[in-house]
Ligand binder design. Structure first.
Ligand code: CP
Ligand code: NVA
Length: 316
């Protein structure tokens, strides 16, 4: 069954950031995730990773990423080991270069959730097995992959649909923007002043846009971003590691909640997405997250399906 992995996907060695992946390859990867999900649902998945081990290291909390990877490894006949960073002590107890070499010598792939993005880059530099970024302060590529998969499932294609992100221009927003422009989805972002995307990111995304034709639009007005959009996306205002800024962020993001009146400005067929965990009543209301336009739980489940396809691709 591994022979039916599209050849272009073989070029992916590590999965650290969406920006590293060519737009056409990304579309093929999304198709592959959808195909494998269908096979899984029909009970046709083969245990492609028997005897293989995924070594995971978490510097931050997780539900979806960890459960998605562990379940996926079990479904493929392999095993996942969770190494809490409180035990490993990346950079404190042991140098990243040594951790990478040791982990690679005892496993077939490494998944790391870290604070500084440079840590996953260093792990990949010194690891002889594939390294997956399970979220860093800068990027969340596994989330963006599941997001594209979910958008493609809902609309039947990637391209042409407008994605409006309301909230903090964080790791999730950066990866989502890059993913959108790479596959041809116009991207709008409404963030308070001082919490928008950095200009370097916008510049590189605009260069990518040259190929896909998808534009990027920035505003400080959620209504302007959401009007006529097909996807409304939000995330928490204070990400893991930013807890000390919570009070000032709570003030800065007043008016950036995704509520029913805002959703009404989008297309009637629009969907609402959130990477979760959500702070209900803050960046999103109960009415919206539990409402008929919300696809957040399909999106969450797709973390497992997309990560399983990714593991098969990288490890088999
Ligand atoms: N969306 C996401 O990555 O969830 P976890 O932090 O629970 O893994
Ligand atoms: N932006 C959030 C995403 C959590 C999945 C964080 O980094 O905490």
């Amino acid at each position: 069954m591994s022979s039916d992995i599209p050849q272009s996907l073989r070029s992916i060695r590590h999965f650290l950031a969406i920006r590293d992946i060519d737009g056409e390859v990304l579309k093929t990867l999304v198709d592959f995730c959808i195909r494998r999900k269908a096979e899984f649902q029909r009970g046709r998945l083969k245990p492609m990773l028997q005897g293989k081990v995924l070594a995971m290291i978490f510097q931050k909390a997780s539900l979806r990423t960890r459960l998605g990877f562990e379940s996926a490894m079990a479904q493929l006949g392999g095993h996942a080991i969770n190494l809490e960073d409180t035990q490993v002590g990346l950079t404190k107890r042991e140098d990243v270069r040594d951790v990478a070499r040791v982990m690679a010598s005892m496993s077939n792939a490494i998944m790391a959730r870290v604070y500084g993005h440079q840590l996953v880059v260093e792990l990949a530099t010194y690891s002889s097995v594939p390294v997956i970024n399970g979220l860093s302060d800068w990027a969340h590529p596994c989330q963006a992959l599941a997001d594209l998969m979910t958008i493609r499932e809902r609309f039947g294609e990637l391209g042409g649909r407008t994605v409006a992100y309301v909230g903090d221009a964080n790791n999730v927003a950066r990866s989502l923007m890059t993913a959108c422009v790479k596959v041809g989805l116009p991207f709008r972002i409404a963030a308070p002043e001082g919490y928008g995307l950095d200009q370097g990111m916008i510049q590189s995304a605009r260069m990518i846009r040259g190929k896909s034709g998808a534009g990027i639009f920035e505003t400080h007005d959620p209504a302007e971003a959401v009007r006529g959009a097909d996807v409304i996306y939000t995330d928490i205002w204070t990400s893991m590691g930013q807890e000390a800024q919570q009070k000032e962020r709570d003030k800065a993001f007043v008016g950036f909640q995704v509520h029913a009146d805002l959703v009404k400005l989008a297309q009637p067929t629009a969907v609402v997405m959130h990477c979760l965990p959500a702070h209900r009543g803050q960046e999103i209301t109960d009415e919206v997250i539990d409402g008929p336009q919300s696809i957040v739980f399909q999106q969450a489940e797709n973390r497992m399906h997309s990560q399983r396809a990714l593991l098969e691709l990288l490890m088999s």
